[in-house]
Design a binder for this molecule. Structure first.
Ligand SMILES: *Cc1c(COP(=O)(O)O)cnc(C)c1O
Length: 434
């Protein structure tokens, strides 16, 4: 597991150099391979479904920049849009047409959404959605669910999914208790706990936020009834329901999970896919809520690079291709193909591995029990096995997420041949670990 020194000499060298000037050598912790051991691969270039590392080795990419790259890497139309847009300027600090064009596409796609505001990351989108929810309701409390990740804003860094589960920390240093005092954390999949909390503190709750398909602690598929309960309880108590669709938005359906389950939240947050690989986040909802934002209302929210013309061009082009090429149908087909192909291989594994899937998202769960709906921790043995699998797959040219708690992401660039390569690599890799 730790022989990366010899296998990836150039990455090793870059990692050591990075560690001198960047904490841990990375700009986002899960990239550091801490959960699987070894040296993180430094990427030299990427195209379609493939990554090429600093040592010149090619990998089938099942991370896709954590879901941002729904068309695959450096899609020619997206690259052209980015190049063309940047020729006309990279940022104006003043409004431009591209902002309207991306907003129009999102508003036309997502149920109940009348207005959207752009930011530069999912974290900012969630932070801002919560601020406007608190302003709108005049209440302080936020309810989140254990295992759901909503970015790294202070008050949400509680029981927050993979990065933290992986490191076994329930929360982060540097976050005063007073900052999370207005956050309530509930288990997923538990209607009674929701009722109980609202019974006690309902009049103080501004919003319930959930990833409607939680995808940051493996893939914890929720029952529709549970989401419906959240819709009903929040409405009854005058609180808002926020769907964090930063991963699921424009990935699982054009209208996100809201469309799939037929439940309309009051606010929704976006990121990843809507930037097509550029830094874009967004949050939106009904006009009556969104009008609370400055300059119309009393709720401040801003961003030097928000609505950046280059990033907007990338997002617009990505959404247009998805819409034009029936992207969501094809993503479901490739997901189903992966499922059919991997199931027998996983069934033959020497220890339990469960396959969980929602469209183009899938998770090979190393839990003993099948398909958990709540954020249970895996055994140290399971985590060790995942680490071994990760490296065996890497040796066979497949780049899985470097954590047992992360889902795999498929893109429109993945083909039947890739499914075959993945299946073969998995069969061989599983034969090597016990
Ligand atoms: C990735 C993610 C975020 C944070 O987005 P960043 O762009 O990384 O800040 C928020 N919510 C969910 C559900 C995410 O998956």
């Amino acid at each position: 597991m730790n022989n990366s020194v010899t296998k990836h000499p150039r990455s090793q060298e870059l990692y050591e150099r990075a560690c001198r000037v960047i904490p841990g050598g990375v700009n986002s912790p899960v990239r550091a391979f801490k959960a699987v051991g070894g040296t993180p691969l430094f990427i030299q270039r990427a195209s379609g479904q493939h990554l090429v590392d600093a040592d010149g080795r090619t990998y089938l990419d099942l991370v896709g920049s954590w879901g941002a790259l729904i068309l695959g890497h450096s899609h020619p139309a997206v690259v052209s849009a980015i190049v063309e847009a940047s020729r006309s300027g990279t940022t104006y600090g003043a409004p431009c047409v591209a902002e309207i064009e991306l907003a129009e596409r999102i508003v036309a796609s997502y149920p109940g959404l009348e207005q959207v505001r752009f930011v530069s990351s999912g974290t900012e989108a969630v932070m801002s959605a919560i601020r406007v929810a608190r302003a709108f309701t005049g209440r302080d409390l936020i309810v989140k669910f254990s295992g759901c990740y909503h970015g790294h804003a202070d008050h949400l860094l509680v029981a927050a999914g993979s990065g933290l589960a992986t490191f076994g920390t329930p929360s982060s240093a540097g976050v005063p208790e007073a900052f999370t005092a207005c956050t309530r954390v509930l288990p997923l999949d538990d209607e009674a706990a929701v009722e109980e909390l609202f019974g006690r503190e309902g009049a103080r709750i501004a919003a319930v936020i959930i990833e409607p398909v939680p995808a940051n602690h493996g893939l914890l598929l929720q029952r529709r009834e549970f989401l419906q309960k959240l819709r009903e309880v929040t409405r009854r108590h005058g609180a808002l329901l926020i769907f964090d669709e930063v991963i699921s938005g424009f990935r699982l359906a054009r209208g996100g999970v809201a469309e799939l389950v037929g439940i309309v939240p009051d606010l929704a947050t976006f990121g990843k896919v809507i930037g097509g690989g550029m830094p874009v986040g967004g949050f939106g909802g009904g006009r009556h809520i969104m009008q609370r934002l400055a300059p119309l209302g009393d709720t401040y929210q801003a961003g030097t690079l928000s609505g950046n013309p280059v990033a907007m061009a990338s997002g617009i082009t990505t959404l247009d291709i998805l819409i034009r090429e029936s992207g969501w149908e094809r993503l479901e087909q490739i997901g189903a193909q992966v499922e059919r192909s991997l199931l027998p291989v996983l069934a033959a594994a020497p220890f339990p591995i469960h396959f969980v899937r929602a469209g183009s998202l899938f998770w090979m769960s190393f839990h003993d029990a099948a398909a958990p709906r709540t954020a249970a921790s895996m055994s140290p043995k399971a985590l060790e096995r995942y680490g071994a699998l990760f490296h065996a797959m890497l040796d066979r040219g497949v780049y899985l997420p470097p954590s047992a708690y992360e889902a795999c992401f498929l893109s429109l660039a993945h083909t039947s041949a890739d499914v075959e390569q993945l299946t073969r690599a998995l069969r061989e890799s599983l034969a090597m670990i016990q």
